[in-house]
Design a protein around this ligand. Structure first.
Ligand code: AMP
Length: 445
């Protein structure tokens, strides 16, 4: 039975292929897939900036990088995220590979990291394991501002400690990250959604209350009421809000352990002077969370206002067949951070020198000089085609390169090079030996 679907799928794909449906005229342009982006020079610098800042900061808090595969067994996600969640029900890119295995492009990073820790025995040492990751995730969602089908997350996980200080330290690290990338307008929202001890009782009470208002709620709420009632609290439909506001809140229904944990997290945040709001409707869309959940939002992002989401997932490891290991983590959406970054120049390692040989006779010298400058760490641009001086200087200008080194055969015979400041247009003759050139360049840095 389980082998039938892949065979059917294959047969359908083969039929499509042989029917020629996929063959379009050669001249027809093939476009990128809806919900994906090409990250181009001029934009990518913001992405690199965020990644560099994250690496620097996470290292200061003792995190090491981990890279897991982009696809995993489908069951890893269905078991951990939850079969009734939107992600698993509607959003996963799932396919059958040639070995007839059901695989899924990762919709999130936590389950793969925990799987990798179990498989590589990373829990073996004493104390907490701190890991971070960055990379693309895939969800078949309706694309809009700040929401893509391939999006990039930077995330971190702390495994092996149930201390509330972990929760607070992670949130404090994120607040520090926001400071360091100069996103100064944001709100930290926290909640506790209880644990396997207290949640069943809460869910029973919630179900009962929802039943009373069900006819007034939207279609999604009606569906979720049966499958995943906690997500009813997450409903964004305007007309539903007055009714949803009457539902019992998770924080009022916590067991003693969860209540103490939540209080301790709040105290630790207050000690660090981190301002937060309690949002008792913050349940997150993944089933593995328990106790603390949190989000960091920004008012400047429109409907998709969550910059960061995360929480505690003490049962996740066991749920995917591992030992009992507590965990806490977050993922931030890079696209949304890029939208929220202040406008400024993010280009770091800019080209510094444009080589302008005058005529093909000088090109051999130019190639050798470019190689020497680059080996000395000077970012140098050399055009492959022979061009007039005017065209070369125009190109240097367009590329925003601040200095040009100009030389023809005459200059080279005199062992000289004309060094031009592209901004002012002033030009000086400098001896063509590498030391003099480097000296001139360095005094301009
Ligand atoms: P989640 O993995 O759902 O907890 O989301 C964590 C963060 O990832 C969110 O706060 C967003 O910043 C980002 N994110 C989630 N889904 C998307 C998406 N489809 N497109 C862009 N960013 C997303």
């Amino acid at each position: 039975m389980t082998r039938r679907r892949p065979l059917e799928l294959r047969a359908r794909l083969a039929a499509l292929e042989s029917s020629g449906v996929w063959l379009r005229p050669r001249q027809e342009m093939i476009h990128r897939i809806k919900g994906t982006q090409d990250l181009l020079p001029g934009q990518i610098e913001k992405w690199q900036f965020l990644e560099q800042k994250a690496r620097d900061l996470f290292a200061r808090y003792g995190y090491s990088e981990i890279r897991t595969p982009i696809f995993e067994e489908t069951e890893l996600f269905s078991r951990s995220i939850g079969t009734e969640t939107d992600i698993v029900q509607k959003e996963m890119y799932t396919f059958i590979d040639k070995g007839e295995k059901s695989l899924t492009l990762r919709p999130e990073g936590t389950a793969p990291v925990v799987r990798a820790c179990i498989e590589n025995n990373l829990f073996a040492g004493s104390g907490a394991t701190k890991l971070f990751y960055m990379g693309p995730m895939f969800r078949y969602e309706r694309p809009q501002k700040g929401r893509f089908r391939q999006f990039y997350q930077i995330g971190a996980e702390v495994l092996g400690s149930d201390s509330p200080d972990v929760d607070a330290e992670v949130i404090e690290m994120l607040v520090q990250f926001l400071q360091e990338v100069e996103i100064l307008s944001y709100q930290v929202q926290i909640n506790s959604i209880g644990c396997h001890q207290c949640r069943p009782q809460y869910l029973a009470a919630l179900r009962e209350k929802i039943a009373g208002i069900l006819p007034r709620l939207c279609g999604d709420c009606n569906r979720r009421a049966a499958t995943n009632p906690l997500r009813v609290l997450d409903c964004k439909v305007e007309e539903d809000q007055p009714y949803i506001n009457t539902l019992p809140s998770t924080v009022d229904s916590l067991c003693e352990v969860c209540r103490d944990h939540f209080l301790a997290v709040r105290k630790a945040l207050e000690k660090q002077e981190i301002r937060y709001q309690i949002n008792s409707r913050l349940v997150r869309g993944l089933d593995y969370y328990e106790k603390t959940t949190f989000e960091i939002t920004s008012d400047h992002l429109g409907a998709q206002n969550a910059l960061v989401g995360g929480g505690r997932y003490d049962g996740l490891s066991q749920c995917i067949g591992g030992p009992e290991v507590c965990g806490f983590g977050f993922a931030l959406g890079q696209e949304r951070f890029v939208l929220a970054l202040p406008e400024k120049d993010y280009s770091g390692g800019r080209l510094q020198i444009y080589l302008a040989p005058l005529g093909p006779e000088c090109s051999e010298y130019a190639v050798a000089l470019a190689a020497r400058l680059r080996r000395q760490g000077v970012p140098t641009f050399l055009e492959f085609e022979s061009r007039s001086l005017k065209a070369q200087l125009r190109q240097a200008d367009r590329l925003g390169i601040p200095f040009a080194l100009i030389f023809g055969l005459d200059e080279l015979q005199r062992k000289e090079i004309q060094c031009r400041n592209m901004r002012t247009g002033s030009q000086t003759a400098i001896s063509s030996d590498i030391e003099s050139l480097l000296g001139w360049i360095r005094t301009r840095e």
